[in-house]
Design a protein around this ligand. Structure first.
Ligand SMILES: Cc1cc2nc3c(=O)[nH]c(=O)nc-3n(C[C@H](O)[C@H](O)[C@H](O)COP(=O)(O)OP(=O)(O)OC[C@H]3O[C@@H](n4cnc5c(N)ncnc54)[C@H](O)[C@@H]3O)c2cc1C
Length: 411
């Protein structure tokens, strides 16, 4: 693949269906690589569509590129892949002021792949940048994996998780945990650096450590420094006169609120006019996109106490910056919000969906809440009947299809 997100163990169809992306101003969503696909519809027919189809085929392609599973089952994909490549990468940790000073061009265009992890209490940022190694580069013949980071080794892995667990009851510890873990993993001194050369699939992936809740939004790239400064000022309750103080405008109190780090900061290239754009593409309409991902770990399956207020404030800020949520993440924006964010593109997706699956075979409660009009369920639509905590963490969700009688031998 020309680009990858942080993991490669999900299914290709699932990654595409949710708008998965990596971090590069040279690449957009992973679905950019799709040339054609085959979809099995609710009526059992299997149809092909391709990037160069006109009219109905073109609309089907634009819908199926990011379908949230609501159009049918993608059973085959034709991808524009690239020869396997290696990446030489460098990673530096520094004060976030330097990050903002280099924004946008010197920061995001310095290499083909660039990503950042931002630490809101210590106001530090790790910048990771990578370029392809040319085939004839004799200096870079061999891979040199970096030594495992502190969190990748057993002591760091377990200590960090247990510190996060302790912070469940003593959340005030979180700024100290951020300082300690960021220092152990990346270095305590500004300017600490690491480099390596690895195959792309090893270099681009990352160790996501523990179960986590993530809330990621796409906003215009040029609003990045403003977004992080406002979030940082709110989280740390900075007073006017503090060097990092800015007016955040967030209408929630941050008193007694302490959050996990980092915020993942990534980018995507603008949609290319020559290529069909998915109807539900969340990236910015007229320029490069910045993705901000507020990560909260769930040590031993526990949601941190800050979750609801942090995410309410984070989402408020993202909307204020003109953002749209990543479909695969834990956002609370509902149907009216999404209607306003997507306008006619969502209406086109609904029309296409209705034509392909009028009885709602591929619809469930999540689709009803976020994508579909506030109407009674369709005959084959699944509805949620119950939801309770699952043993070991998470939720157990029960559903049924009211239009099908469970005793019916041929439902
Ligand atoms: C640890 C972790 C790291 C991640 N990192 C990133 C990242 O770096 N960047 C990023 O953008 N995202 C990232 N994601 C999000 C991830 O790419 C999506 O959640 C993806 O959808 C997961 O794929 P899956 O195979 O598990 O799909 P599922 O969760 O099983 O399904 C996701 C959606 O795809 C639909 N679907 C699945 N298969 C088909 C099919 N054959 N036909 C039609 N619809 C289908 C389902 O109906 C559902 O709506 C990450 C997720 C995790 C858990």
């Amino acid at each position: 693949m020309p680009s990858l997100g942080s993991i490669d163990e999900q299914s290709l169809a699932g990654a595409l269906a949710t708008g998965t992306h990596g971090s590069s101003l040279a690449h957009g969503l992973l679905s950019e690589a799709v040339v054609g696909l085959r979809l099995t519809r609710a009526d059992g027919r299997t149809v092909d569509c391709a990037a160069d189809d006109d009219d109905d085929g073109g609309e089907l392609f634009r819908g199926a590129l990011l379908s949230l599973g609501a159009l049918g089952v993608v059973v085959a994909l034709e991808l524009r892949v690239v020869p396997a490549f290696r990446l030489r990468w460098h990673q530096t940790v520094d004060a976030d002021r330097r990050l903002f000073a280099a924004w946008p061009r010197r920061l995001w265009s310095q290499a083909e792949f660039v990503r950042v992890w931002w630490f809101p209490y210590t106001r530090r940022a790790v910048v990771w940048r990578a370029d392809k190694v040319a085939d004839d580069d004799d200096d870079d013949d061999d891979d040199d994996d970096p030594p495992p980071g502190w969190c990748d080794r057993p002591l760091g892995f377990h200590l960090y998780r247990n510190l996060l667990l302790l912070a469940h009851w003593l959340p005030r510890l979180l700024p100290w945990i951020e300082w300690f873990v960021c220092g152990m993993q990346y270095g305590f001194g500004d300017g600490a650096a690491t480099s390596a050369t690895q195959p792309s699939a090893r270099a681009l992936l990352m160790n996501c450590l523990y179960a986590q809740t993530v809330n990621e939004w796409a906003v215009p790239l040029h609003r990045g420094p403003e977004a992080l400064r406002r979030l940082g000022a709110w989280l740390a309750r900075l007073p006017p006169g503090h060097p990092d103080y800015v007016e955040h405008g967030i209408p929630f109190s941050a008193d007694g609120l302490w959050v996990h780090a980092p915020v993942e900061v990534r980018v995507a290239a603008p949609a290319r006019p020559a290529r069909p754009r998915p109807l539900l593409d969340p990236t910015v309409d007229d320029g490069p996109t910045l993705y901000l991902n507020a990560t909260l770990y769930r040590p031993y399956g526990r949601d941190p106490p800050c979750r609801d207020r942090y995410y309410a404030a984070f989402e408020w800020l993202m909307r204020d910056l003109g953002g749209r949520p990543h479909w695969a993440k834990n956002f609370t924006a509902g149907r009216e919000d999404l209607d306003a964010m997507y306008g006619p593109r969502l209406a086109r997706f609904r029309r296409l969906r209705h034509a392909l699956d009028p009885d709602g075979l591929f619809l469930g409660p999540w689709h009803r809440e976020h994508l579909m009009p506030d109407e009674p369920p369709l005959p084959l639509e699944e509805v949620q009947t119950d939801c309770c905590p699952a043993p070991g963490g998470g939720l157990r969700v029960f559903g049924c299809v009211p239009g099908c009688d469970a005793d019916d031998e041929d439902p």
